[in-house]
Design a protein around this ligand. Sequence first.
Ligand SMILES: [Ca+2]
Ligand SMILES: [Ca+2]
Ligand SMILES: [Ca+2]
Length: 404
Amino acid sequence: MFGLKKKTNQKSEDKINPENTITSQELDKNIAIFTMPEQFRFAALKKDGSRIIGLFIVIGGGLFIIVLAVLAYRYLFNTKPQTAVNETANQAQVQQKTNPAPSATSTATAPPPAPVQDPKEAYLDLKREQAISVNSTSTGPTIDEIGEINEAINGNTATLTVKTKDLQQTGTVVMNLNGENWNILTESWFVNSVATSTATSTPESTSTPAQIAGYKPGVDSDANGSPGLTDKEDALLGTNPNSKDSDKDGYDDLTEVENLYNPAGDGKITNNKGIKTYLNKTYNYSVFYPAAWSLDAVGGNDSVLIKSNSDDQFFQIIVQPNAEKQSITNWYENQFNVPAVDPSSVVEGNGWEGIATEGGLIIYLTDAKHNNIYTLTYFPGTENTLDYINLFHLLEKSLTLNQK
Ligand SMILES: [Ca+2]
Ligand SMILES: [Ca+2]
Ligand SMILES: [Ca+2]
């Protein structure tokens, strides 16, 4: 209680202490002074009113100078860099105009722009576009039916192996890179007759090509029960469509073609004017093909189209790396996710071993060193007519790999 009393006493003493009492005049002074910076406060306390006014003028002048300085700074340094940027931009434009292409002497060559998409995604996008397009000339199954896709990219060419979700169809899609866009070069679909019905397929199915399920045989005027060269093949080779042995040497036209002999005269089939040899120097292989057909090598020679001049049928040869150096059987089993290859579909050729599928319309093969996978395909056109099946077999049998 005593302590409390002392405290209240102290408070009341503070209030009545004359030294601490501030008059209304002094209070006005202090309010004015306390708005000033600290260093002027004590000086102002000692000086009279006129001095305070002088200080105001000095401070106001100072503020005015600061404002001027800020404006000057903005004018000198904020506007000038802007014009400097414009100048360099103009210089760059001028340089671009005079130097449109990077100089050949430049050591630092810019890398080519990366493709926007990978070919697989580009293919699916194109399929989606086809699905909503009224004027679509779509090939193969719809986007909803497409299942697993394997892609092999080789430079500007990509080969997609596409399977439908029900595994009933297999497609081979070749795409090429044009600038930043992947375009479909060729797309072909086959019903998986061999892969899904190995139990019922017979080795004879590949040797009687005129009877491949789902395909029509080509017109063969002199067949008389045993198929020979088709009339369209006769036209290309200069043989008689109404004679089984056009050159009367005792060997049937078809037998001669199958054994790489000339059905229209003496010697080997290279003597026939209807046949040319294509040599692919990039992958060091050669094949025989119809001389009248056009040959397009695209994508750095890894996709070659050999096209008929009279209809929409063509042959194709695709080369892709055999990345894991697998035997053709292992490669095929991995690629198509089949447990075991039907032994009757294994074929051999000049320096290669392969697997024939779709009744022999597609042959996957690899060289002795397992460096590359070669895919030979016969596309029998939109009519699915096998007009050139024997010439496709000729191409297959003539394929020579000269791996160093
Ligand atoms: Ca014939
Ligand atoms: Ca003959
Ligand atoms: Ca002959």
